[in-house]
Design a protein. Structure first.
Lengths: 399, 336
């Protein structure tokens, strides 16, 4: 029996250690489990073609593949981040008759920097001219690969500028273009629309424990949107704001209990920003007749509780940069970070299956125009911005 | 208050039923360390069954409760099937039970994740349509209450917003506990976990009894896994049950292999888990004041609570803890 207890305890220890490791390792991008690539954004290129109809695997006559795609963690068909990027690549490649191929690092969910580097290396040696790398986690691998293969262009989606030797004082690598998004604008639209629709008690639950930049920007923009709308309606909105139980972007009983508690105490809508965390939010909302705001892609197909989703145009971003590559405008994006937002139609809310009753699509379009023309400015600096005193019409309750 | 009770039930029920699974195996003399793995497998099978049924239109939303009961049976069946691997290793091959259990714990998440990615091309399998709560949760209309009718405490706590699984699991728990402690069969099963040689000398087939014990254990754990994914993960399978299988083992030891104490232990653990997650919105006496949140204690302390309480209680009670004597020892006729 003693032996059994000892083994049991060590198993428990092992488990908790594994759990810790996962927490710190997953500063990944939210992998939302449902949704298709956005169809609402106006990109002339994908009007006639449907990404679903383009095969994932193609055979190049000379065995070389010009455009390569490397995933970070998760599978190619995650119906979200990777798939969105991949659809963009396929559309662009089909449009321009280019060869393309995807590379999934070995180890899949547990892929290491080494695995990702190997995938990039394979891509580069298989004749890739452009390697698209999706996800913040690729940074270390990308640094190594980009320094080694100077002739290959790398596109770092949801990334940052890559400097020589990883030292920010040196010059940035000219063969890397980084793209990220104005998530705060998307969050702003969602928050504004929710309050205008009549919600006064709102919630936000995010992944990454407050250290994941995209999630943080979504959250900060959301609160700003709520504040502006509440000011307009001359009311005070209550917002529960939490990073609890989201560190690993996964669903959990604890998260569901916490959110159920919010709903049971009057919260009407919760913006859930963090991959599979949405499963907990859907369950809590469905049990308490609450509503959920989805993230990244239109999640309304996944659950009836989703009233709207804060989108970001992942596939558009891939097309945007690839277009620069092939129209000899690479200099415009090389070695720096391009941030896509409302101006490029890369963020927004899905206008199909509109569910908000008191805030119509035309209201939304008016708001979007204002955002586009810079009439509304959304602050991006979440580190200093999320402070109770900054919001006159929001009672921010950080949990 | 009814919120607190309902959420506690969500944590308690899987722990309860899986701890009972542990009792059955250990009382028959086999350490079932594979509870976690069996739960994962059961959860996967249950969700897969719901998914397939919905996709093929076998069940409509009106018959959701029927589907629920059937799914419980299916996941129990496959849980039992899965545990046969353990029985075979532990009873027939006389392998070390701790190691074979650990092997199954490693096998199960890998196997389920493999199947999930084959089926869905991603790493989560969920329902084909709808949400778990909108399909399976008991609602006002199921009891004929009007939408505006005010309900008394009992009705609003134990009838609406619960899952049928809760009551089925409690019923199973009581029935099986009675069988284990108040019937001839139960006595024979327990004797195999205490002194199998004596049982054998009295004509009890020890191998058969241990097979039965482990199989019941597997069935309960499989069912518990499904209940867990239904009530806490929106009926989705991810190859993970958040360590509830191991927690259930702890609850079983904590409850001294005795159903009544185990039920208490599961409830205590569930209660503190619930307080830890929802302390900020718990209104104990219904006056609109969130007492626990206003104490100003750090969240981390609340999150530690379930584990600290378990440690403390174990420290005081483990002296009297008495495991079945022959558990973990493969039965060998020639040894005496």
């Amino acid at each position: 029996m003693k032996k059994f207890i000892a083994i049991f305890l060590s198993a428990l220890l092992l488990f908790s250690l594994a759990a810790c490791g996962e927490d710190s390792g997953t500063t990944t991008f939210p992998n939302v489990t449902e949704g298709t690539t956005e169809e609402n954004t106006t990109n002339a290129q994908n009007e006639n073609l449907n990404a679903e109809d383009i095969p994932d695997n193609m055979t190049s006559p000379d065995g070389k593949y010009e455009i390569a795609f490397v995933t970070d963690v998760g599978s190619l068909k995650d119906e979200s981040f990777n798939e969105g990027t991949w659809n963009g690549i396929k559309l662009f490649a089909a449009e321009n008759k280019l060869t393309y191929k995807y590379y999934q690092p070995a180890g899949k969910n547990q892929a290491t920097d080494e695995d990702r580097y190997e995938a990039m290396k394979t891509a580069a040696t298989s004749g890739a001219k452009v390697v698209v790398c999706a996800g913040f986690l690729q940074k270390e691998a990308l640094l190594k690969a980009a320094e080694e293969f100077k002739d290959v262009k790398f596109i770092f989606i949801d990334g940052t500028v890559i400097y020589e030797d990883g030292d920010e004082n040196t010059s940035p690598l000219e063969n890397v273009a980084a793209v990220d998004f104005h998530e705060e604008e998307s969050g702003y639209l969602a928050g504004y629309a929710a309050v205008m629709n009549g919600y006064t008690k709102l919630g936000f639950t995010g992944g990454g424990g407050g250290t994941n930049p995209p999630c943080s920007r979504f959250g900060y923009g959301y609160v700003q949107g709520i504040n502006d709308a509440a000011k307009e309606k001359n009311i005070t909105a209550d917002v529960n704001f939490s990073w609890e139980y989201g560190a690993s972007f996964s669903q959990s009983a604890e998260l569901q209990t916490m959110l159920s508690g919010w709903y049971a105490n009057g919260t009407e809508v919760i913006f859930c920003c963090g991959g599979a965390m949405c499963l907990s939010a859907f369950a809590a909302a469905s049990a308490n007749d609450g509503a959920v705001i989805g993230v990244d892609v239109d999640q309304s197909k996944k659950s009836d509780t989703v009233v709207t989703s804060a989108l970001k145009g992942i596939s558009q971003s891939a097309i945007f940069i690839l277009d620069k590559v092939y129209s000899d405008e690479w200099d415009e994006v090389s070695g720096k970070l391009t941030t896509l937002g409302a101006e490029e139609d890369a963020v927004g809310l899905p206008t199909e299956n509109w569910k908000l009753e008191n805030f119509s699509v035309s209201d939304y379009k008016k708001l979007y125009e204002k955002l586009k023309e810079g009439e509304i400015e959304v602050d991006r600096d979440y580190e200093t911005g999320l402070n109770d005193e900054n919001f006159e019409n929001v009672k921010l309750n950080i949990i | 208050m009814s919120f607190l009770i309902q959420q506690t039930i969500i944590y308690t029920i899987p722990l309860l039923i899986v701890a009972l699974a542990g009792i059955f195996a250990e009382r028959s003399g086999v350490i079932n360390l594979a509870l976690e793995g069996t739960m994962i497998f059961g959860a996967f099978i249950g969700v897969l069954f719901i998914n397939i049924s919905q996709a093929n239109g076998w069940f409509q939303k009106e018959n959701a409760q029927l589907l629920l009961i059937l799914t419980m049976a299916v996941s129990a069946f496959f849980g039992a099937l899965f545990s046969l691997l353990l029985s075979f290793a532990a009873v027939n091959m006389k392998a070390n039970q701790t190691i074979s259990g650990t092997a199954l714990n490693m096998l199960s998440p890998a196997l389920t994740l493999f199947f999930i990615s084959v089926i869905t091309n991603q790493n989560v399998l969920s329902m084909y349509e709808g949400d778990a709560a909108s399909w399976f949760m008991l609602k006002r209309s199921d009891f004929g209450f009007e939408a505006t009718e005010s309900l008394n405490f009992f009705e609003s706590t134990f009838l609406i917003r619960n899952y049928l699984t809760t009551y089925i699991c409690i019923a199973i728990y009581i029935i099986l506990s009675v069988i284990l402690y108040r019937t001839k069969f139960g006595l024979r099963l327990r004797s195999c976990g205490e002194n199998p040689h004596a049982s054998d000398s009295l004509g009890i087939n020890v191998k058969k009894m241990r097979y039965i014990g482990t199989t019941i254990s597997g069935a309960l754990a499989g069912m518990g896994g499904f209940v867990f994914s239904l009530t806490t993960a929106n009926a989705s399978a991810t190859g993970d049950v958040a360590g509830f299988g191991f927690l259930a083992l702890a609850v079983m030891i904590f409850g001294n292999w005795n159903p009544i104490s185990v039920a208490g232990a599961a409830f205590l653990f569930g209660l503190f888990k619930c307080i830890a997650a929802a302390y900020a919105t718990i209104d104990i006496n219904g006056d609109g004041v969130f007492t626990l949140a206003q104490l100003g204690i750090s969240t981390n302390l609340y999150r530690m609570l379930p584990y600290v309480i378990t440690l403390v209680v174990l420290a005081f009670t483990s002296k009297h803890s008495r495991a079945p004597k022959a558990e973990g020892i493969p039965y060998d006729k020639s040894k005496r």
